[in-house]
Design a binder for this molecule. Structure first.
Ligand code: B3K
Ligand code: ZN
Length: 848
């Protein structure tokens, strides 16, 4: 099949000077006229244009003349115009095609969602709209005309003409086709304004369907905060007269940063206290910021080719993480990010889908919008910042914006600005981009005559296609705590660059306790021989919030892995947690994080990394037992927390209120283990905010007592898609494992299981996959059920099928019986007739 390789890059032989598009919209037969003005880069070459089978070519001229029939050839993926048909200098190619948006179920290109025309072009969707050099290094200013009877007509850039049935938009900033967008529908806007630091007055709109206006305010607030933050922190200003955000119900991902016209999955725009949880609010704030930040990191400076995806995604995730840290609690944000990284990216790195932050080959680029490219991409930037310091980072970023504005850049360009701005050689650091896998860092201590020596080794296990991994540069943040609990050595950044290396601390009176990898200073697995008493000591005294939380996490994981293997464990953890939970000086959000036990998936990952075969049922059981013991031991304490953490007054999504609710909910989760679900039932009945309702519902479903609450929620919200998505998720996700598949099957037979809607599909199947012991049922029924649905989805929407197939990526971890059944499901998919390139690449990599 046609595999793409980084090494094959070659510039496009033409410069595209101007793109003019004219759309005449109709659901089944939309006309697209494209006038593309090219200039050859050097010499004469054939003109290659990407364009899918769905394009029905009506006419094609070059400077107004039709080329000879044998000078134009076409296959399933492109159109080629022979060099002989092209004038020597500048020329304009005009094509007209017809496309059928209503037949577009893959939601890539131009499609229709609830009667509204909408586009999604990243990565390679524009080629389903018209013939075009659909690659990110071909950038041009766009002029777009839309003819349609829809009331609101939007595209990128500034509006230059708006009349009945017609709109014209000009985007002066050269951009690649993947940033193109068009929206036409019956929409209403909530409006605001922003004045940039240099005085540009920008009109801001969040467009939603009539009736949804009262749920769009938080998105607007988040946008304004993001614009201000990017000016304050990165000195980046917005560069057009309008900024539009549109919410759409059918969307393959979260959101898209199209120039001046961001398109969002409605779940990342719409929020009200009754329908959205605290987590939803936080996520909306961060995704609005993420897409807005792309205006500079992604749009003004884009990627040369799709291998460089992390150039814009890693950096923009890093920026949105910084933003959230500034808006909310930095330490809680850091802990949450590390949890997510371990759950998704470490998992990816540990299995058959492992790939470098900058991959060097792919079949289907949409399969590489991964946790590795995004979240590990962001971690790598965090390490760079730690290594060059805050000032070095600021100088490098200034240089990046100055040097590459208006360009399509590479990771080499990115590293070069750091080298030039700081004088540091980053040759070895680059391995973080080119080498896949999570390094294992071991730490051993020796103590002699007031000198403490830390002995480190690093080693990265092989990943597909990469056996040898030379050592990397690893920033290891370390602090020392004296025996009385006081910090005696503040955080110091050790720079490891060898396979084996040691660092010493001299002149110490008594042997200190080492707090290592503070702030999670590198995305590695730290292995260290340390007893539970020392962990409990760190949990009580560490000054670094991440390291403190990590000590508690390690205690919990140690207990849980022991319990799941039939051993004793948990006493130290339960004791330490009791102290922390009563510590009223600690941030409630932090206390909540410490009360939440690691998930079953995380326990399985840990066991597998330690060379054991995880048993999903035993893990489920162990976690239940430990939670119950925590609840029994600390019943009074938890009950006091539950009563104290009521947030008075009307709901507000701010970080402090959310933190109190988080702690209250953690306590509720434990108390439900011993109160039969009484508190959860009461809370579900009296609270009006979705955060507490959802938490109470999860507790009830877990106990098999969800019936009444589920019907109440259904009756109240059956017309609200986003709440109904939650309703579809929670049932298979929180069900007792033995019931999960039957519940999922029943739900899948309902009329309102609108499976072609990506959110609904993800809700149900993702909910099941999140039930670790349920999905990994020993009889393989979970695997069969998911495979069946992926095969049904694949012909309709290959991107969604491929993405959801990652539920299988952990299959090699389990026992032989489960492995056999998972592999059989994967092989069934691989053998499917007409399988998409997307799903085929995924299952092939997982089987290999
Ligand atoms: N850049 C888009 C993701 C596009 C995914 C294409 N399959 C959203 C984002 O990362 O901001
Ligand atoms: Zn992004």
């Amino acid at each position: 099949p046609d595999r793409q390789f980084l090494a094959d890059y070659r510039p496009y032989p033409f410069i595209l000077e101007q793109t003019r598009l004219e759309f005449t919209l109709a659901p089944d037969a939309t006309r697209v006229r494209a006038d593309l003005t090219f200039r050859p880069r050097n010499g004469s070459e054939d003109l290659l244009l990407d364009g899918g089978k769905n394009l029905h070519l009506i006419s094609l001229t070059i400077d107004g003349r039709e080329p000879a029939a044998d000078q134009v050839t076409r296959d399933d993926e492109r159109l080629v115009i022979a060099a002989a048909a092209l004038p020597d200098g500048q020329f304009t190619l005009a094509t007209e095609v017809e496309i059928n948006p209503s037949a577009n179920t893959a939601f890539e290109g131009l499609y229709i969602s609830n009667g509204m025309f909408c586009t999604q072009c990243e990565a390679e969707g524009f080629r389903h709209i018209t013939f075009y050099p659909d690659r990110p290094d071909v950038m041009a200013p766009f002029q777009v005309t839309i003819h349609s009877d829809q009331p609101v007509l939007l595209s990128n850039g500034n509006p230059v003409r708006q009349e009945e049935g017609l709109a014209e938009w000009h985007d002066p900033w050269p951009k690649p086709a993947y940033l193109f967008a068009l929206v036409a529908g019956d929409l209403v806007a909530i409006e605001d304004r922003f004045t940039t630091a240099s005085g540009r007055d920008v009109a801001l709109n969040v467009w939603v369907r009539p009736g949804d206006e009262d749920r769009a305010g938080f998105a607007m607030e988040s946008l304004i905060k993001s614009m201000k933050w990017d000016e304050d922190v990165y000195r980046r200003e917005y560069d057009l007269d309008v900024f539009n955000i549109v919410a759409v119900d059918d969307f393959n991902m979260g959101a898209m940063e199209n120039k001046g016209l961001n398109i969002f999955n409605s779940k990342l725009v719409l929020a009200s206290p009754e329908t959205a949880t605290d987590a939803d609010y936080e996520r909306i704030e961060s995704v609005i910021a993420h897409e807005y930040f792309h205006n500079w990191t992604g749009n003004r400076i884009t990627c040369r080719d799709w291998f460089q995806l992390c150039l814009k995604e890693g950096l923009t995730v890093f920026r949105d993480q910084q933003f959230t840290s500034d808006m909310r609690s930095a330490s809680v944000k850091r802990i949450g990010d590390v949890q997510a990284l371990r759950a998704r990216q470490f998992r990816e790195d540990q299995g058959p889908l492992a790939h470098p932050v900058r991959p060097e080959e792919y079949e289907e680029i949409n399969n590489f919008y991964t946790a590795t490219v995004y979240e590990k991409g962001a971690e790598v930037i965090g390490m760079l910042k730690r290594l060059v310091g805050d000032d070095g980072y600021a100088r490098a970023l200034d240089l990046y914006f100055k040097r590459h504005d208006g360009e399509a850049a590479t990771i080499e360009d990115w590293l070069k600005v750091f080298e030039d701005a700081t004088g540091r050689d980053l040759t070895q650091f680059k391995r973080w981009y080119t080498d896949a896998g999570t390094p294992r860092l071991t730490m051993r201590e020796t103590w002699e005559n007031g000198r403490l020596t830390l002995h480190f080794t690093q080693h990265t296990p092989p990943t597909p296609g990469q056996n040898d991994k030379p050592p990397r540069v690893i920033p290891i943040a370390v602090g020392l705590i004296g025996p009385n609990g006081d910090e005696i050595e503040p955080t110091r950044m050790l720079e490891m660059s060898e396979a084996k290396q040691e660092f010493s601390f001299d002149g110490l009176g008594a042997r200190p306790v080492v707090s290592a990898l503070r702030g999670f200073s590198a995305p590695v697995i730290l292995e260290r021989n340390i007893d539970d008493a020392t962990r409990a000591f760190l949990l009580a005294h560490d000054t670094d919030p991440f390291a403190r939380w990590e000590a508690g996490r390690e205690l919990a994981l140690h207990a849980l892995t022991a319990l799941s293997q039939g051993q004793e464990g948990g006493a130290d953890y339960i004791g330490a947690i009791g102290q922390l939970a009563t510590d009223e000086d600690a941030d409630p959000a932090f206390r909540a994080l410490c009360l939440n036990l690691p998930g079953e998936e995380e326990i399985a990952t840990r066991l597998y990394a330690a060379g054991a075969i995880p048993d999903p049922d035993a893990i489920h059981d162990a976690r239940n037992r430990l939670a119950r013991r925590m609840a029994e031991t600390h019943a009074n304490l938890l009950s006091a927390i539950y009563d104290q953490m009521v947030v008075p007054g009307p709901y507000s999504p701010d970080a402090d209120s959310a933190a109190r609710r988080a702690l209250r909910i953690s306590a509720l989760g434990l108390l439900t283990r011993i109160d039969g679900g009484e508190r959860a039932e009461v809370l579900f009945g009296i609270t009006s905010n979705m955060t507490e309702r959802m938490a109470a519902l999860i507790c009830l479903v877990r106990r098999g007592r969800g019936g009444v609450a589920l019907s109440a929620l259904h009756d109240q919200f059956k017309d609200n898609r986003l709440v109904m998505d939650k309703w579809f998720t929670v049932q298979p996700m929180a069900a007792p494992p033995a019931d999960a598949i039957a519940i999922a099957r029943q739900l899948s037979e309902r009329r309102d299981f609108d499976w072609k809607n990506p959110n609904r599909f993800r809700a149900l199947l993702g909910g099941l996959a999140a039930n670790h012991a349920g999905f990994h049922a020993a009889d393989g029924k979970g695997y069969d059920f998911l495979a069946e649905w992926l095969m049904k989805m694949d012909p309709i929407n290959p991107q969604i099928a491929a993405r959801m197939s990652t539920a299988f990526e952990t299959w090699p971890r389990y026992d032989e019986n489960r492995r056999k059944r998972a592999l059989a499901a994967l092989e069934r998919m691989a053998a499917m007739k007409g399988i998409s390139r997307n799903l085929r690449e995924m299952v092939t990599r997982m089987i290999a």
